[in-house]
Design a protein around this ligand. Sequence first.
Ligand code: ATR
Length: 332
Amino acid sequence: MTDDRTITAANASRKVAKPSGGSRNRRQKTEDRQNAGAERPPTELSSVLRPLSSDRYAVFGNPVAHSKSPQIHAAFARACGENLYYEARPAPLDGFAEAVRQFILEGGKGANVTVPFKEEAFRLADELTSRARAAGAVNTLSFQDGRIFGDNTDGAGLTRDITENLAFSVADRRVLLIGAGGAARGVIGSLLALRPAALVIANRGVDKAKALAAAFAGRVPDSAVLPCGMGFADLAGATPFDLVINATSASLAGATLSLPAGIFAANSLACDLMYGKEETPFLAQARTGGAAQCADGLGMLVEQAAESFFVWRGRRPQAVVRAALLQQLRGV
Ligand code: ATR
């Protein structure tokens, strides 16, 4: 469809506009969504290709045709010897719940949910895990005995990528989370559970940062710190951070963040929840700002998928499988 220079792991079906021209970006996104409304599930072809005995899974989104999830879950299934079939299913903007119910009727066992349906999936679920409740959004649905179970694997995907793939220990380190929207909310609980020395949430709109920090105060039992919310300007003069995570959607418009100098500590890790063919604007900013290591959101995308796979199948694809898949997705 359009250029897919940068997309977010948490909102992996999001298409990105070109870096110049904000109004064109918004218009382009709207057009993408309208065009996606015309997408059709590949019913005839899929029913030919799908072994009848396979357990069925899907990702719902709008747009969703370019989602990498079918490729990821097919690779996981092959590696784990699991007999499942996973497809991308577009849902109309006003027809998500109906599309899910239809899938259940067709025998669907579970589904991933991406933009713009994660909050609706949260409301649709009969039961929620605590991490889904904390995130206020659901990206993983399981269907069992007529009930819909809602989970959220985004936070676990991010923290597994950071701690295992990037071998970065978060405990007792200073963490800066930039952004206070849905993507930020989805990862705070998992970050706090790793017991950082501090978690600062900084947002362009300071009130949203403060409200989000307050919403998580005392909510994560393992956490030793209270998150703190502030604006970008308040970061000036702050003790530098060991881990800086961009959870804003600024890269979608090719925008850099108005962050003060000096936020990256020596040996710091910068993570962007976005990824794309080129370096994201935030990671370029981080590299010149002194971050020692930079990572985009593709690792999180693979890890949140592995966590969903575990929720459904009780098996986690091995690290070597996930690493090979990541290389493949990067086109290395
Ligand atoms: P998502 O689901 O991707 O988190 P969202 O809930 O709309 O989307 O949140 C978008 C986040 O990106 C917000 O934190 C927003 O900041 P504001 O609350 O101040 O709007 C942030 N954001 C988007 N564009 C930005 C930009 N150009 N500079 C800084 N922050 C930006």
